[in-house]
Ligand binder design. Structure first.
Ligand SMILES: [Zn+2]
Length: 304
């Protein structure tokens, strides 16, 4: 066996589980050098995708870098935001500046980027005004809201009521250092925990919430169990901590109608674990695209 052939066969056996039917039927001599990769990417390209959790940044290469990942992984639309940095006051000046960047990116790439706004209801009047300003500029939801206030803080009530009147999804960050036993000391005291989402979702059953990134570092098993009976809380599966059976577990507790595909800037992991999970073709379509598009339909902002 020559060296070249050895590498090719080794690569094929390693990726065999992901190969398409056509390739599996051929003998090794009939296969081209990179056919395995091509078939895997055909699977990836087969699904329309809305990244429910994307960010843009105050850097020269943004959003070019994010769009480059999206192009390679066939992500049609990205829900972008610039969250308020943790452990900062989150003044109106800060959130307007962040939203301005999102508006600029949306205007530059209207076919790919959909914007969601950030706010800090500690500044009640300014936040309510900011909703109007951002909706006028074409934004379609709120998020990724951060930990200046918990999602169930009474200061959030008028904000949630306004966004619910607009039929818009409210996307809130969740803890990224929450152990089974105690909250990680680095977490801000106002971090929203799964129990906080349950409470606010019950208070506003007509509102729609997005529980951010179960792959963010939180105890995702606990999160899924706690959110099991909150029908108006969607759960995004993004994050850089991807336990092998996270989506399979979430399917059991949250189910195919409330899970949202997302990357939170971990693009390959975000798409990859959707294929590692045991999902039917219909379930994959829902989580990649349809569930989020159904949310957007409620405000008339759907993409097709
Ligand atoms: Zn987050």
């Amino acid at each position: 066996m020559n060296r070249r052939k050895f590498f090719r066969d080794a690569a094929l056996s390693g990726s065999g589980v992901l190969l398409g039917q056509g390739l599996m039927g051929k003998g090794p001599e009939e296969q081209s050098e990179n056919e395995a990769e091509v078939n895997l990417m055909d699977e990836v390209r087969k699904y329309r995708k809305i990244d429910s959790h994307a960010h843009v940044y105050f850097s020269e290469d943004s959003p070019r870098v994010q769009l480059d990942f999206a192009d390679r992984l066939s992500i049609d639309k990205l829900m972008i935001s610039v969250n308020i940095a943790p452990h900062t006051k989150g003044t109106p000046e800060q959130f307007r500046k962040n939203n301005d960047l999102v508006i600029r990116c949306m205007k530059d790439h209207p076919d790919r980027l959909l914007g969601t706004m950030v706010l800090n209801p500690t500044y009640q009047k300014e936040s309510l005004e900011e909703i109007d300003r951002c909706v006028d500029a074409g934004m379609v939801g709120a998020g990724e809201l951060y930990n200046q206030l918990k999602i169930n803080d009474p200061l959030y009530y008028p904000i949630i009521e306004k966004l619910t009147d607009l039929n818009m999804l409210i996307h809130m960050h969740s803890a990224i250092g929450y152990s089974r036993v105690t909250l990680n000391e680095r977490e801000p005291k106002n971090i929203s925990l799964p129990e906080d989402f349950v409470e606010i979702a019950k208070r506003y059953p007509e509102a729609m919430f997005q529980y951010a990134h179960i792959g963010g570092g939180i105890d995702w098993e606990n999160s899924c169990k706690v959110l099991k009976d909150s029908p108006n809380v969607y759960v995004d599966v993004s994050g850089s901590n991807n336990a092998a059976n996270m989506i399979d577990f979430a399917m059991k507790y949250i189910g195919e109608d409330r899970l949202l595909f997302g990357c939170d800037s971990s693009y390959y992991q975000g798409v990859g674990h959707m294929f590692a999970a045991k999902l039917t073709d219909a379930q994959r379509r829902k989580i990649f695209f349809e569930n989020y598009n159904d949310i957007l339909k409620k405000s008339g902002n759907h993409v097709d």
